[in-house]
Design a protein around this ligand. Structure first.
Ligand SMILES: *[C@@H]1O[C@H](CO)[C@@H](O)[C@H](O)[C@H]1NC(C)=O
Length: 182
């Protein structure tokens, strides 16, 4: 093997290690806040951001009609599921600039300054970041809710009427692989 092939194989192996160990490790997420419009809305991924209640993600998916995002956890990091070895990885920016912004990178794209990739975990069937529940803010694109991490700002980035949500994990054994828009 030529040296470039060895390097390519090594980088494939490195990215493949982030794939879920079994398909049952993949899950969708549903927002829970009773009495709020976000109640029971599924999480979506589009435009390098996470939403709930988006009608159309415009992602490239194995099953294009489904509009909810599929995630998996690997060592405290959160990924969007696809069958390829090029993962889209979620990050959180809890700095004064980010105020809890949740985004995702594609492939080898580096995380932005101040971004944290580790800190995701499930507790009692709910996905949390750094031990805190998430936040949903209304009136985002196409009438969907934007999803934020808790950085101690109840209404991040100039939003209003945001609500704390429990991000309920719904396991799937038949995940829909997608490449989500950047
Ligand atoms: C998806 O595409 C439609 C049609 O182009 C557009 O109106 C909508 O805003 C897009 N949604 C997202 C989340 O990109």
């Amino acid at each position: 093997m030529q040296i470039k092939n060895v390097l390519f194989a090594a980088s494939l192996a490195a990215s493949a290690s982030a794939l879920p160990s079994t398909k049952s490790d993949t899950f969708g997420i549903v927002a829970i806040h009773s009495g709020s419009g976000v109640q029971y809305s599924s999480f979506n991924a589009a435009k390098s951001s996470i939403f709930a209640g988006l009608k159309s993600q415009n992602a490239s998916c194995a099953r294009p009609k489904e509009q909810d995002a599929t995630f998996y956890l690997n060592n405290g990091a959160l990924y969007l599921y696809d069958q390829s070895a090029t993962p889209q990885e979620v990050y959180v920016d809890r700095s004064g600039m980010g105020q809890g912004k949740i985004g995702y990178t594609t492939g080898a794209q580096p995380a932005p300054k101040n971004a944290e990739r580790q800190g995701w975990a499930t507790k009692d069937g709910h996905l949390q970041f750094a031990g805190n529940d998430l936040i949903a803010c209304p009136n985002s694109i196409d009438g969907a809710w934007s999803i934020w991490a808790d950085a101690g700002v109840a209404n991040p980035a100039g939003n209003s009427n945001c609500v704390g949500i429990a991000a309920r994990v719904e396991s799937t054994s038949n995940p829909n692989g997608c490449v989500y828009t950047q």
